[in-house]
Design a protein around this ligand. Structure first.
Ligand code: S3P
Length: 164
């Protein structure tokens, strides 16, 4: 089976759904943020603080292209992995891309108290609103689109199966 790539804004459920999907399909889940942290030896928040977002994006792009050379993975990306057009192209060409979404309200509820999301520091609700608007359209290239708001993981998996 080809590699599955889960994309979507922060807090749309990529990691949770990815884990369950990998288990269901007998694939291996790889979380890009966790891979980046392992490779750099620090948290995402530390990386943003010490080396800046551009450096993080470079590492993110490298990790993505390395992972896409393997089969049978469920790759859970960071919410900003789609910002670079080259990454979107790589994903579209090398796997089945599934986009998860959720309402702003639901996202804020899920991410509000997470110190590991540097892009939401300060006023998370305001940051979610602004960033989500800025990124509108960047997740649309995925042939499978799932709204996870208020749904159980089982329901989300069933919706994904229906569209695969
Ligand atoms: C980011 C999302 C985060 C992480 C980093 C940047 C983004 O991943 O990669 O904080 O730009 O949207 P999650 O989507 O898993 O929170």
């Amino acid at each position: 089976m080809q590699t599955i790539i889960l994309i979507g804004f922060m807090g749309t459920g990529k990691t949770t759904v990815g884990r369950a999907l990998a288990e269901k399909l007998g694939l291996t889940q790889v979380d890009m943020d966790a891979s980046i942290e392992q490779r750099e030896g620090c948290t995402i928040a530390d990386l943003f603080r010490d080396k800046g977002e551009a450096y993080f994006r470079d590492v993110e792009s490298e990790v993505l292209s390395e992972l896409l050379q393997q089969d049978k993975l469920v790759i859970t990306t960071g919410g900003g992995a789609v910002v670079r057009p080259a990454n979107r192209e790589l994903m579209a060409q090398n796997g089945l891309v599934i986009a998860l979404d959720a309402t702003e309200e639901e996202i804020v509820k899920r991410v509000k108290n997470d110190p590991d999301r540097p892009l939401l520091a300060g006023d998370p609700a305001e940051r979610v609103r602004t960033l989500k608007k800025e990124r509108a359209g960047l997740y649309q290239f995925a042939p499978i689109q799932i709204d996870t708001t208020g749904k159980s993981v089982e329901t989300i998996l069933a919706e994904i199966s229906d569209q695969m």
